[in-house]
Design a protein around this ligand. Sequence first.
Ligand SMILES: Cc1cc2nc3c(=O)[nH]c(=O)nc-3n(C[C@H](O)[C@H](O)[C@H](O)COP(=O)(O)OP(=O)(O)OC[C@H]3O[C@@H](n4cnc5c(N)ncnc54)[C@H](O)[C@@H]3O)c2cc1C
Length: 494
Amino acid sequence: MKKVIIIGAGVSGLSAACYFAKEGFEVSVYEKLDVTGGRARVLEREGFSFDMGPTFYWMPDIFEKFFADFGKKVSDYYRLVRLDPGYSVYFGEHDFLKVGANLRDIFETFEKEEPGSSVYLEKFLRQAQYNYRIAIDKVVEKPGKTPFELIMPETVANVSEFMSSVSRDVRKNIKSNKLRQILEFPVIFLGAKPSRTPLFYRFMNYADMQLGTWHIMGGFGMLSKSMETLATSLGVKVHTGTHVNKINITGNKAVSIEYSKNSDGQTEVAEADLIVSSADYHFTETLLDAPYRNYSEKYWQKKVFAPSALLYYVAIDKKLTGLTHHTLFFDTDFTLHAETIYDSGSWPADPLFYGSFPSITDSSLAPEGKECAIFLIPIAPGLKESEQVREQYYNQIMDRLERLTGQEVRKHVLFWESYGVRDFVKDYHSYKGNAYGLANILTQTAFLKPKMENRRVGNLLYTGQLTVPGPGIPPSIISGKVVAKLGSGKLNKK
Ligand SMILES: Cc1cc2nc3c(=O)[nH]c(=O)nc-3n(C[C@H](O)[C@H](O)[C@H](O)COP(=O)(O)OP(=O)(O)OC[C@H]3O[C@@H](n4cnc5c(N)ncnc54)[C@H](O)[C@@H]3O)c2cc1C
């Protein structure tokens, strides 16, 4: 049996492991942390359960498709509920809009805010749906080897979708600042300013408004647990608490990894016929001697990275009011905030932030009568933080939350923990502490992303959010599938 080693047990690594195992290979996964899930991990504290990374479960079809590839259903592993509203957005004190789970409600919200806007929205979403089908059915499973992968009648006929941006189209057609922000919000997930995100990516709006926002009962940690259970049932060996320190190459062939166990620090060697790294791409390259790296330091310095994030996990001793499961606080100027992330690389004076209150939907995530809250401020990667800075932004969030929703929160906080740039670097070896990889701008899309294949070492591959198809849980799951197809092809050829 040929042996495949996978570095990292985030969703891309676990996905790749399942697909390789299905092809009949002997698969071992080495994960430095003591748990699987990578960025989609959970922080458990005193009866509270905080999703440390992803909270928005979008594109449920991709998850269904993943489990179906193994003869399973999502419902074999976890229960999903569709959120209604999907989320709400605060623009000022007691001034908010809700984005419902039903298109008719969304059209009504738009019409109330700006008469006539629902006509544009309907047209916008029709194209968004079309783009979604092209993206999912024809593009995302391509390995990003050549530009020809993107040339097909559907993309040629819609070339204007790549020439314009989400922002330009929305701002030309919608006057209300609130509605503009609602339509620009989904592409923020792609890690770039909406003004630099190709209009093609409006398929994220289709995902938002039509496919809906879902919640996994038990939280996002259920996903990695389920993927790990599936992988194990397929024969995959998952080794947590093992830090890979080196990829050994002999004659342009990757032959083994060296790893140390967190428990005793002992270094061991594991041999393989093929190695896939799902750890952050830049870091993976440091596991190789310089001549075998795909990209130079200069290459990485020139790339536009998705933001990092300053996160707060907050336990509250009462139920909050005026909030929905996902609540965005867009009461300050996003343009100014975005400039600090993408242009000046500085701290925002008055940041937008996002709050997730999953215990509103799911009582298993907090003790009875209490609220589990997660706050996220997107920030420029590479920023230096001190405890003082973290405390300052915590206070800003609390002040705004109390003022906007008209309730006391701070004095009901039982405890809070923060997570930021330095934690992303320490836990995931993330380049400059980026939260979710490279920004999806035109020059970093598809075949222009870091390649899945090592140019010099034929049996060394990369997967995960930094390569194709890109950031987010669904794309990372797909990335695992694509790399397994590529790798299985190589192993079966020999
Ligand atoms: C704050 C935040 C919010 C997000 N929100 C959403 C959301 O709402 N919805 C959504 O769909 N996506 C969201 N994302 C993005 C999503 O979480 C990621 O795109 C996805 O989890 C990336 O998976 P991955 O497998 O590529 O990488 P990772 O999850 O980073 O997995 C890589 C693994 O490699 C391991 N590793 C690194 N170095 C080594 C080593 N030397 N040896 C062994 N193992 C190693 C790491 O510990 C890690 O477990 C969010 C991300 C963050 C950070």
